[in-house]
Design a protein around this ligand. Structure first.
Ligand code: ADP
Length: 426
């Protein structure tokens, strides 16, 4: 029966009871009493149904009581909703169980933390890597259990853009990488993995490049020494063919020397992260020095300085100097002689910004994302002609990363380029 149909039937029942009471009252002369008795019977029946319903709702697993009319309909509707609710809960629970078992079987440690940093759940791998145990540690603040200063600083700073790499306190030879993301409006998901092997491989790669560059330097110095001793001019005068060959050898030896010294410098920047000497570096002063040096090395070129602040940057002087001079030299190399290069040092909202702007050949957009890769060149022939090694911007990128600065490149072919280094404000 439909809802409106059962309401009508219920109304008819009520009217029938009232009519019967009225007839009985008329026959006995007690109309009011009989009507009250009729209403009392109806109210009693409804109260009885409400009592049955409450008893049934206390035992939700049982089938609803048998009833007809409007009460039967109400029982059926509630029962249907209960079943739907149970099914949805079951589905949700199986999804949660599925996710938990996939997290639990991960080789990486997974820890779920509440907004206040208390442990909500962790998998078995987190036990091995961080010494946590679930459910024993549930509700404990993670910072109370992991007493690593570097991790405390990282977690409390709340900046999880970059992962944290730390030696495991229980085994200093093991390197752990911690990644944290926030979810569900402020809870934390922490992943920890053993990256010892990756770090070792990376170190081996750096050592290899450093060692090879170092070893190649000695034979190169010997070549260079012999070439210098030979004295090229008399040979060129006496035997032009041999002279030209020696000239080529000389220029290639110089190129290799530059290449090796850039490679050595790059591997040094990459490896001495912790031991670097940090001082307040006067970037404006550095640009002024650079302009003086350029006057003798590139007398026909103009470097215009726009120094709008004298603010300093905390960092390694030599590294910053190499980054700044690479940007300026590139701007000079890749623009025409009569075009000035502008270097601007200014304070922006939340950063100190060095911009090096040229009106040179510019770079097509598809190359921009790859420029900082080692040995990446837009135009091989032009770069070779300018004596570039292809390592300059890789050096700039590493120096920027180690000073928490951002390198931004804007360029338009034929119009020029703007390289910007954004240093976070002190
Ligand atoms: P290179 O030693 O070849 O200059 P870099 O790493 O310094 O190597 O630069 C990589 C490439 O980026 C260069 O070969 C050049 O094609 C391009 N490049 C760098 N700076 C500029 C610039 N200011 N204008 C145009 N192209 C540039």
């Amino acid at each position: 029966m439909s809802l409106s149909g059962s309401w009508r039937a219920e109304l008819r029942k009520l009217l029938a009871v009232l009519a019967a009471s009225a007839v009985l009252g008329w026959a006995t002369g007690l109309t009011i009493h009989m009507l009250c008795l009729g209403l009392a019977l109806v109210t009693g029946f409804w109260l009885f149904q409400l009592w049955r319903m409450r008893r049934w709702l206390e035992q939700p697993d049982q089938a609803p009581p048998e009833s007809s009319g409007i009460w039967g309909l109400v029982y059926d509707t509630i029962y249907g909703l209960q079943r739907e609710n149970r099914d949805a809960r079951g589905r949700l629970q199986s999804t949660v169980d599925y996710l938990r078992s996939s997290f639990a079987s991960m080789r990486d440690g997974v820890v779920i933390l509440t907004q206040s940093g208390a442990i909500e759940w962790c998998n078995a791998a987190a036990g091995g890597l961080l010494g946590l145990q679930y459910p024993r540690d549930r509700g404990q603040p993670l910072l109370n259990l992991l007493r690593w200063p570097a991790f405390h600083d990282y977690f409390l700073a709340g900046d999880f853009q970059q992962p944290l790499q730390i030696p495991s306190p229980s085994n200093p030879r093991q390197i752990l990488q911690v990644d944290i993301t926030t979810f569900a409006g402020g809870d934390f998901l922490l992943f920890v993995r053993d990256v010892t092997r990756v770090v070792q491989m990376e170190q081996m790669r750096r050592d290899f490049v450093g060692n090879v560059s170092h070893e190649l330097r000695t034979p190169l110095t010997v070549f260079k020494g012999y070439l210098d001793n030979l004295g090229l001019s008399p040979v060129i005068a006496e035997e032009p063919r041999l002279g030209r060959a020696l000239e080529q050898m000389d220029s290639q030896v110089v190129r290799m020397e530059t290449l090796l010294s850039d490679l050595l410098w790059l591997s040094r920047i990459e490896s001495v992260r912790e031991e670097r000497e940090t001082v307040a570096v006067d970037i404006a002063g550095m640009l002024e020095e650079l302009r003086e040096e350029l006057k003798s090395s590139h007398p026909d070129r103009l470097l215009v300085l726009e120094l709008e602040t004298r603010d300093t940057v905390l960092g390694d002087y030599r590294e910053l100097r190499s980054a700044v001079s690479n940007l300026v030299i590139n701007a000079i190399k890749y623009s025409d002689n009569h075009e000035p290069v502008v270097a601007r040092w200014e304070r922006e909202e939340d950063a100190l910004v060095l911009s090096v702007v040229d009106r040179g050949i510019g770079i097509e957009e598809q190359h921009l994302t790859r420029l900082t890769e080692r040995f990446y060149r837009v135009d091989e022939s032009r770069s070779a002609a300018t004596g570039g090694t292809g390592l300059g911007l890789a050096i700039v990128k590493h120096v920027a990363a180690s000073h928490r600065a951002e390198l931004l490149i804007e360029s338009e072919p034929g119009r020029g380029s703007c390289f910007r280094l954004l240093f976070p404000q002190l």
